[in-house]
Design a protein around this ligand. Structure first.
Ligand code: DGY
Length: 327
């Protein structure tokens, strides 16, 4: 039987490619850069399977180009780049990579939290520039973490993992959930965490860490009005999706000291960041590296390959986003 033709839109860790190679003819974007839209549409023609990244828009135009597609596997847990409804209408299964990057992303949120609260990047820059004059009682004074209130916006897998990691810092934990009926028993039992509404999260938290998916209702959840509700001493951490924050409003809020600081791994218009952000001292910026550990990225590749192989053989993939098409 002829092997399925698979296209991978950017090189992923070898373990996933090896797995696919056993059963499929695999072609990979040879350049380590995202494909332009026209290149993506051109390259998916005639393929039965595609593994793509969070910047690849998987919509009706994509499916029109990929007429022979039997499955699309996202190399990411977030799937706001996929029009899942359109995939379902066309009976094309689509998948993502949950679980395997949960701890890595939660750890990144903590890295950012400490970096911004303890001004690690600012003092690093002073050291590298050779500008440090020696220890001083008033230098680089930041915010305390131990005993403070951590607000988790979206206590799903990653939000829950991040909250659980706060145990050693004896923090009070507040969390939100989009479903009014749902309580996070793990957080309530392990940490005495309390579910709150958005307003209380804004007003009471010393640190807010964002873990909601990007949906119409979460876009610009953080804007000029929300920054005004937050404590002037509060910090905002985002390892989820950039557009949850109105980045232009964040620049204003940081400049006017409406909040103490922000630490971002994701941006509203990646790979760019809002004008004015890069010159502020009270922000730490990373390059969307939440899942960038050896094991997380490797396991994402394996899971994406397993998903695609299942889809190509007509089976429901392990982490399917539209399982109803198999019913
Ligand atoms: C995801 O998986 O959604 C991250 O943003 C990248 O790993």
């Amino acid at each position: 039987m002829a092997k399925s033709k698979v296209y991978v839109t950017r090189m992923i860790p070898e373990a996933g490619i090896e797995l696919l190679g056993e059963m499929c003819d695999v072609e990979i974007n040879p350049e380590d850069r995202p494909l332009a839209r026209a290149e993506l549409l051109e390259n998916v023609r005639g393929r039965q399977g595609v593994i793509g990244l969070l910047g690849d828009r998987i919509d009706s135009e994509f499916f029109d180009a990929a007429q022979e597609i039997k499955g699309y596997a996202n190399y990411a847990v977030g799937f706001d780049n996929i029009d899942v409804g359109e995939a379902t209408r066309r009976k094309v299964p689509v998948s993502n990579t949950p679980d395997v990057l949960t701890d890595a992303t939660a750890e990144m949120a903590w890295s950012l939290l400490f970096a911004v609260a303890r001004r690690v990047v600012e003092s690093d820059q002073v050291m590298r520039a050779g500008d440090w004059s020696g220890w001083g009682p008033l230098q680089f004074i930041g915010g305390d973490v131990t005993g403070k209130t951590l607000g988790i916006l979206g206590a799903g897998r990653i939000g829950t993992a991040m909250a659980l990691m706060s145990k050693g810092f004896k923090m009070k934990v507040l969390y939100t959930d989009s479903s009014p009926q749902k309580t996070n028993l793990v957080l309530e039992e392990e940490l005495g965490a309390r579910k709150v509404g958005l307003e209380e999260l804004f007003e009471e938290s010393d640190f807010i860490s964002i873990h909601v998916p990007l949906r119409p209702e979460t876009r610009h959840l953080f804007n000029a009005a929300s920054f005004k509700k937050m404590k002037k001493t509060a910090y905002l951490i985002n390892t989820a999706r950039g557009p949850v924050i109105n980045e232009a409003d964040l620049v204003e809020a940081l400049r006017d000291k409406e909040i103490a600081g922000a630490a971002l791994d994701v941006y509203e218009f990646e790979p760019r960041m809002a004008e004015g952000l890069s010159i502020l001292d009270n922000v730490v910026t990373a390059a969307h590296t939440g899942s960038a550990t050896e094991s997380a990225r490797k396991n994402m590749a394996i899971l994406a390959a397993q998903n695609l192989l299942a889809m190509l053989s007509g089976k429901r993939p392990p982490t399917c986003l539209n399982p109803e098409i198999y019913e």
